[in-house]
Design a protein around this ligand. Structure first.
Ligand code: KG4
Ligand code: ZN
Length: 332
């Protein structure tokens, strides 16, 4: 079989139907994302059943868009990489079933990819940035964790959230403030116009590498109920300041415990301007290289899944093409 040296990545684990086409060096040949933000905004969060149905409507048009933009013959693909988990079961099944059908029809191999490994590899899209050994901070809607990475396939979890993820806290605080879904971009924007004068807690900031954000979220809720005349901008600024203090303190501690060449920050919350700025200051102080994916590859996309699929091919890792709702960063 001839090959055009490209992998098609398909991502449907949550609320974005995303497809990307990536070569072995991480160059993105084409990418498309059908966002469900407008659909879920009215519920203030992702409604799983509605998400699966929207994926069914959007997945083939999104694949077609990427193929037309690139002009490639899909029968010559190196492989299809598709998210197998973690994520919403119905949403994952739409991506996996569609990818299986396309792979069979085109006669190309299919690889089931761990979504978290996709985020991890997003930092090397378009340009090789990561230097090993690397410290990873993965901050998304579903996860907040620290991991040690000695190579694309050598990853060890060293810190995890005990309850909510930081993205989830952003989304819940956004809902409390009446700012809609997703919370990240709008809460950051509001925070930029506020004064962080409210002393919200910084949970487990003084010890260990694990995180906890549910107490912070509850403290914001109690404040909104107890106080009168608060300003949305000040509440947002105080909440964001608490999140940043915790994330940066944990990264500083992790870098001290595990000397690293680079700090890699990935996942939707890596798009946060205050996090990008605070991480730059930390890396300057610690003398390590900061590796951030371009903004468009921070939130869920198909290119990062294709990028990770190259690692699976390189290590001959034949993961099952079946949904798996609870993978860790260490799983293939
Ligand atoms: O990685 P992602 O797209 O999906 C998951 O795998 O969960 O992350 C989505 C999360 C949401 O919680 C969203 O509010 C957050 O990323 N997010 C942000 C920003 N953009 C997205 N959080 C803070 N600042 C942003 N600019
Ligand atoms: Zn994600």
């Amino acid at each position: 079989m001839t090959s055009n040296g490209l992998i098609l990545g398909i991502e449907t684990s949550c609320d974005d139907t995303a497809v990307g086409l990536v070569d072995e060096r991480g160059q993105v040949i084409a990418s498309a994302v059908a966002s469900q933000v407008l659909i879920h905004n009215r519920y203030g969060g992702v409604y799983p059943e509605v998400a699966s149905r929207a994926h069914i409507d959007k997945i083939i048009p999104t694949v077609r868009m990427v193929l037309e933009d690139s002009g490639i013959n899909p029968r010559e693909l190196e492989a299809i990489g598709v998210t197998r988990g973690p994520g919403l079961i119905g949403s994952l099944m739409v991506g996996l079933d569609t990818a299986s059908g396309l792979a069979a029809g085109w006669g190309v191999p299919i690889v089931g990819v761990n979504h978290l490994r996709g985020h991890l590899r997003s930092a090397d899209l378009e340009e090789q940035r990561v230097e090993f050994p690397a410290m990873i901070l993965l901050v998304s809607g579903g996860h907040t964790l620290l991991a040690r990475m000695n190579g694309p396939s050598d990853i060890k979890l060293i810190g995890n959230t005990l309850d909510d993820s930081v993205g989830e806290a952003y989304d819940k605080v956004s809902r409390m403030l009446g700012l809609g879904y997703p919370g990240g971009p709008v809460v950051d924007r509001m925070a930029g116009a506020g004064v962080p004068h409210i002393p919200f807690p910084r949970p487990v900031i003084n010890h260990g590498l694990d995180f906890s954000f549910s107490g912070l979220k509850s403290a914001v809720m109690r404040y909104l109920e107890a106080e009168k005349g608060w300003k949305v901008e000040d509440v947002a600024a105080s909440f964001v300041a608490a999140c940043m203090d915790v994330l940066i303190a944990k990264c500083r501690r992790a870098l001290a415990a595990y000397p690293s060449s680079s700090l890699v920050i990935v996942g939707g919350v890596a798009a946060s301007p205050p996090l990008r700025a605070a991480a730059a200051a930390l890396c300057e102080e610690a003398g390590v290289r900061l590796c951030l994916p371009p903004l468009k590859w921070s939130t869920d996309n198909g290119a990062m899944i294709a990028m990770a699929a190259w690692d699976y091919l390189a290590t001959d890792n034949h993961t099952p093409v079946a949904p798996q709702t609870s993978l860790t960063i260490e799983s293939f």
